[in-house]
Design a protein around this ligand. Structure first.
Ligand code: GAR
Length: 192
């Protein structure tokens, strides 16, 4: 049976596009949702011919009360969702650091400036706490002494784009997975 996911973002939408590309030939329907009428994620949805909707933050409870999704995927959604919304679905989020370190905005930059030698990407269940919630998957990125910020930032984003669709796929199939499944899953693919 076709699964239906919502992808919610407030800005650029590069993770949304990676998810659309991954599921293009699979039995998964995607609805793009943004709380920002001018967000580029909505342009990406139009270009990819994916159903999209501008949904003001205040209307989330009514919308998710009336529409069922197998999974609601936050990808750069920049607001904290209250419990009354979270109880209406299964919400996951991606964050560009190894949580619980560097919660909040500009995590890539803050980790780099702090001089950490290992950072990475985290996918977690969403709670009403900023970048809180139980961790579903993590993957590391090593930062060498000669690594430039731009290189590091690109590596984090490429990793996000490779990992998020794989993890969403596994969650939709109710598959148990471990670190090794993710490494196998993005072999030769992690840079793209
Ligand atoms: C991504 O790097 C995502 O991890 C981050 O916002 C960016 C959205 O990019 N999310 C957070 O920082 C959540 N606290 P995108 O719009 O190009 O997918």
């Amino acid at each position: 049976m076709t699964k239906h996911i919502a992808v919610m973002g407030s800005g650029n939408g590069s993770n949304f596009e990676a998810i659309v590309n991954y599921f293009r030939d699979k039995d998964v329907k995607i609805t793009c949702i943004s709380d920002n009428l001018n967000a580029y994620i909505l342009e990406r949805a139009k270009k990819s011919q994916v159903e999209y909707k501008y949904l003001p933050f205040e209307e989330n409870a009514a919308y998710f009360g009336a529409n069922n999704f197998d999974l609601i995927v936050l990808a750069g959604y920049m607001r904290i969702l209250p419990d009354e919304v979270l109880e209406l679905g299964k919400f996951v989020n991606i964050h560009p650091s190894l949580l619980p370190s560097f919660k909040g905005k500009d995590a890539i930059q803050r980790a780099f400036l702090a001089g950490v030698k290992v950072s990475g990407v985290t996918i977690h269940w969403v709670t009403n706490e900023l970048d809180g919630g139980k961790i579903i998957a993590q993957y590391p990125v090593l930062i060498g002494n000669s690594t430039h910020f731009d290189e590091f930032e690109n590596e984090i984003h490429n990793l996000e784009h490779a990992l998020y669709p794989i993890v969403i796929d596994k969650l939709l199939k109710d598959e148990v997975f471990d670190f090794g499944d993710l490494i196998g899953g993005c072999k030769g693919d992690c840079k793209g």
